[in-house]
Design a protein around this ligand. Structure first.
Ligand code: UDX
Length: 437
């Protein structure tokens, strides 16, 4: 099939490449010329494991191209909208400027039978509004909401082999013409037994926000338990192991630490609260305010713990922050708890050096006032305290004996609870975890 993908960021670039991998003829369209130039040269404009190999692989087949010219969407049967929906400046709601602009830009190229497929995370009600615009221009076109659940760092696998596919169509019924067309798009994914659910538009939009809210709640739940564990002298990691053995609870997303960040969970729960308010259902989501508050409290707690670890004062203390990305295997620093902690420490007089295998250039754009050091050994040199804030494998694998030789004072705060506390203490370190004695 001929497919256009509008928006070539974390979501769209991966989606375009994966659709070409599934055998379709795909054009990726974005207004950002630099991004398009890089993607056209099979180079990923951001770090995502496996993406560059995939881009090279599919570009060799001639099935994938990139352009800034919207008219390249003409002739495609299916048009995916994959643009960002950031948080509005100074407000909790989602900024739909890019979704609206992308849909409006597609309208002149729609043909009867075409399907516009929204993948961005949007406030419930957006699909119905956009469908009206689409039908006004081309009464025989369709609009489907087909939320994306990919995780950064696993985006390629999550797109090619998703847990489930959700199609939101106006009628909410299986016999909608667009269902057959999307089944063709995802034929090879469906052939491996991937479940597919057809819903109405609002349900499909809500599936995404509900899923992200649940994940955020699970993380804040265990972080709340970490607060209690700290007060009671208990160990949240063992508590999570034990409750996670109950199938109904599950161990995934019960890693207590510095909390969630990134381009999705924080802004999605806020946009969800804002939208529920508009719908008169704000009471239903007041708990998400607490989820958000618990999450933000983690950052302040780490600053306090670092002060304690440094003997009561931060002024002039050399702090090494291991990790800038909001999670490992990503160079994304949007709402990164690690960077937010680094910046707060610096504001309070510490001399902070941040290191990260992939995210330093993005970090430097957001927080130019921090000092960055790509070389791990150089970052460790003369440090008064180490803070492990993003659990990259190379930080998990650090040898406490060798690391001890590099620093001035062997103190470590394990913000992700991934190190073996006993081993680090045995090597002479003052070790602090979060929610651990
Ligand atoms: C998330 C959803 O998982 C994905 O389905 C959706 O499509 C987009 O939002 P992503 O933002 O890539 O994906 O990251 P995710 O792996 O969910 O992690 C989010 C944040 O939570 C990270 O900062 C991570 O470090 C943190 N986290 C995750 C925890 O603190 N504890 C955990 O147990 C799990």
């Amino acid at each position: 099939m001929r497919i256009s993908v509008v928006g070539c960021g974390y979501l769209g670039a991966v989606h375009a490449a994966c659709m070409a991998k599934l055998g379709h003829e795909v054009v990726g369209i974005d207004v950002d010329e630099r991004k398009i130039a890089e993607l056209s040269a099979a180079s990923a404009p951001f770090y995502e494991p496996g993406l560059e190999e995939l881009l090279r692989d599919v570009q060799e087949t001639g099935r994938l191209s990139f352009t800034t010219d919207m008219s390249a969407a003409a002739g495609s049967e299916v048009h995916f909208v994959c643009v960002g929906t950031p948080q509005k400046k100074g407000e909790n709601g989602a900024d739909l400027t890019f979704v609206d602009a992308a849909t409006a830009a597609l309208l002149p190229y729609l043909q009867p039978g075409n399907v516009v497929v929204g993948k961005s995370t949007v406030p419930v009600g957006t699909a119905a509004r956009l469908e009206a615009l689409v039908l006004d221009r081309e009464p025989e076109a369709h609009l489907v909401w087909n939320p994306e659940f990919l995780r950064e760092g696993h985006a390629v696998a999550d797109t090619l082999r998703p847990d489930r596919l959700v199609y939101g169509v106006a009628s909410g019924s299986e016999d909608h013409a667009a269902v057959t067309i999307l089944d063709e798009v995802y034929a090879s994914t469906l052939s491996t037994g991937t479940p597919r659910l057809v819903t109405d538009h609002p349900t499909a939009e809500l599936v995404k926000t509900a899923a992200n809210s649940f994940l955020a709640t699970k993380i804040s739940f265990i972080n709340a338990m970490a607060e209690v564990c700290e007060a009671a002298g208990a160990d949240v990691t063992r508590l999570a192991d034990a409750i996670g053995m109950d199938d109904r609870i599950g161990r995934k997303f019960l890693h207590a630490g510095i909390g969630f960040g990134g381009g999705c969970l924080p802004k999605d729960i806020r946009a969800f609260m804002a939208r529920a308010g508009e719908l008169g259902a704000d009471q239903a989501l007041t708990f998400l305010r607490e989820v958000d508050a618990i999450n933000m409290r983690r950052r302040t707690r780490v600053v306090e713990l670092t002060r304690e670890l440094c003997g009561g004062g931060l002024l002039g203390k050399k702090i090494t922050v291991l990790g800038a990305a909001f999670k490992p295997n990503s160079d994304d620093v949007r709402d990164s708890p690690a960077l937010s902690i680094a910046a707060q420490l610096q504001l309070q007089g510490a001399v902070v050096t941040v290191t990260d295998p992939k995210a330093l250039s993005n970090a430097a754009k957001r927080f130019p006032e921090l000092q960055y050091e790509p070389d791990l050994d150089a970052a460790l040199a003369n440090s008064d305290a180490l803070l492990l804030l993003t659990e990259w494998q190379e930080y998990r694998d650090m040898d406490p004996y060798a690391t001890r030789m590099a620093v001035t004072t062997p103190r470590i705060l394990d913000g992700r609870n991934v190190l073996d506390a006993g081993k680090w203490r045995a090597a002479g370190w003052t070790y602090r975890g979060l929610g651990r004695p």
